[in-house]
Design a protein around this ligand. Sequence first.
Ligand code: SF4
Length: 285
Amino acid sequence: MKKVAFYTLGCKLNYSETSTISRKFEEKGYQKVEFTDQPDIFIINTCSVTENADKKCRKIVREARGISPNAYVAIIGCYAQLKPKEISEIPGVDAVLGAAEKFRLAELLDGFVRPEQPVVFATEIDSVDTFNSSYSLLDRTRTFLKVQDGCDYSCSFCTIPLARGSSRSDSIVNLLKHAQDIAAKGVKEIVLTGVNTGDFGLQQGERKERFINLVEALDAVEGIERFRISSIEPNLLTDEIIDFVAQSNRFVPHFHIPLQSGSNEILKLMRRRYQRELYTDRVKR
Ligand code: SF4
């Protein structure tokens, strides 16, 4: 039985996706082991937000090679989508998979025979529009459930739309099923996670559902004690959402609202979709 180890950099979304990909490997008969446990395959899930993405990636590849010199090393994640060629040139890398391909890793690299030259599977991000369901199952306390992916905003400082593509979501029906499965595993808390979580509801470019409807539907799932919304843009945090959460027994009264700047001039330059007055108003409410 081949041994596979995972290393995750970055945000909760990456953790939920690594967790889902690792379950796929286990279903296919691979054994999941610790990074230091002489794996046959290393999967490194990268992030592009940190300034030292490149350095970090190189360091982990070097460590992996030190642990298992002949193992297969595959790089996935946001940095892999943004800079596939650069990553494939890092010594010791065997494969690079982009945003659309990472969920088909076990199929695309079937057998995991090290190639002579690194292989790259990365479709242009403009054509990435499928939603892959994911949730983490790292412990029994809480799970990160991906409800939405990608972003259609174009904040001037952010590369995420280039790494994760346009805004798209899971359906409420699917998410209810995931929440029930998670409850059946004994997990107590679900954190709703996305790139632009409040923009939930777009499927293939069409608005099919709304975030408030998801919140209302999840609130009725038996077995989950707490729901938390990981982060929501101030312009998408409506009165409806605040009022619902305020009276809910399951949704905890907790909002993480990114401010980015208190200066309207800077917010405009950042191309954020709110001004400080709106932010203040949301907090007061
Ligand atoms: S809303 Fe968030 S993810 Fe979207 S472009 Fe702005 S900072 Fe990036």
